[in-house]
Design a protein around this ligand. Sequence first.
Ligand code: GLC
Length: 432
Amino acid sequence: MLEVLKTPGDTSWFTRDRFGMFIHWGLYSLAARHEWVQHNEKIPNDVYEKYFKHFDPDLYDPSVWAKAAKDAGMKYFVITTKHHEGFCLWDSKFTDFKATNTPAGRDLLRPMVEAFRKEGLRTGFYYSLIDWHHPDFVLDPHIGPYRDHPDREKMNQGRDMARYAQYMRDQVRELLTGYGPVDIMWFDFSYPKPDGSGKGRNDWESEKLYKLVRELAPNIILDDRLDLEEGWDVKTPEQFTPRSWVTFKGTPVVWEACQTFSGSWGYHRDETSWKSVAQLVEMLVDTVSKGGNLLLNVGPTSRGEFDYRALESLQGIGEWMKRHSRSIYGCTAAPADIPTPQDCRLTYNPQTNRLYVHLFTWPFKYIYLDKLADRVEYAQLLNDGSELPLVPTDWTANAASEHGSRDNTLVLQLPTPKPPVTVPVIELFLKK
Ligand code: GLC
């Protein structure tokens, strides 16, 4: 098996569980047109205030959210405690810009954490390093609602990033001490530029933040966006599928792709680029086949419900997971000497020594699995546990080799119709 870079956090549960839910929920859910709406439309804070005044998630029931995540097969969740707009979902002592002071009138984070824990999911906190609302956050020339405001320089007078960095430490302390054990800390994001503009480790005082996190939660899993060379536990490719196992300086690392159902993280009413259930299941499988995790995002509405389109997709994924999660949990990339058949993805469970062949297109009659003829003891379809007899080599000599070479090739005979599941999976029990 691949040697993965050792890091300080405990990733053992993480690389077993493989599948989590990201949740982006904040004031942008009222605008319903992307969580970057304040930046995109250059909305000044006094105008953005209208969302603060009208944030009233009267239908919010986190036990419904937690159940939807669990039924989809997700094992952990990561919630935006604060996004770039600066709004806090919890009752922070260090700001008034929080859920408690909106019509919601209460801490929205606590019941969420409790509900997800009750369903057995682990907890992750996303915390935005960027903060367009905090009075000490120095306004950037490239990013944020004031990026090309004529008075930006003047507005920056008296702002003090050191005070802002202290504010972040105070809030992170609140989050890591007030809500029970937190399993993941997800900071977002750094953008240092070679010319000194942008923001990175010096602005956030990342070293201090890092020490604080490790002091309060030594085993927590930390993402890689603090602009620190070392200390992170997980690489976080976003909105694309890596070609192969993610590496850092040539060494494979623990990694997690974060992906959206559609193009937006926050609730976006008019967004139409929604992925199909098949695409989403294939994305999950593809990720695990490269040794990664998938963090799939939901943007709840301002009334506190999951987007109906997200719910439909979650149900579709859950249908598949119900019968196929064995090819996901505890699985990783297949041993390097096993070739991947055409249109397939392989995952492998080193504990049970089982190999999973995911068929993205359903072939006619046979599947040819090179290098496996003498290594497989039993084969079945995972959706219904029906045997796929190991076809004796001489019987299939014609079929297998007439039009191609054979290389210790295992031939399995398949039913003609594709099994009625999104992605059929063959489970191969390898010989000890
Ligand atoms: C980005 C975006 C953001 C989103 C995040 C998720 O950095 O700024 O809106 O929260 O990625 O990975």
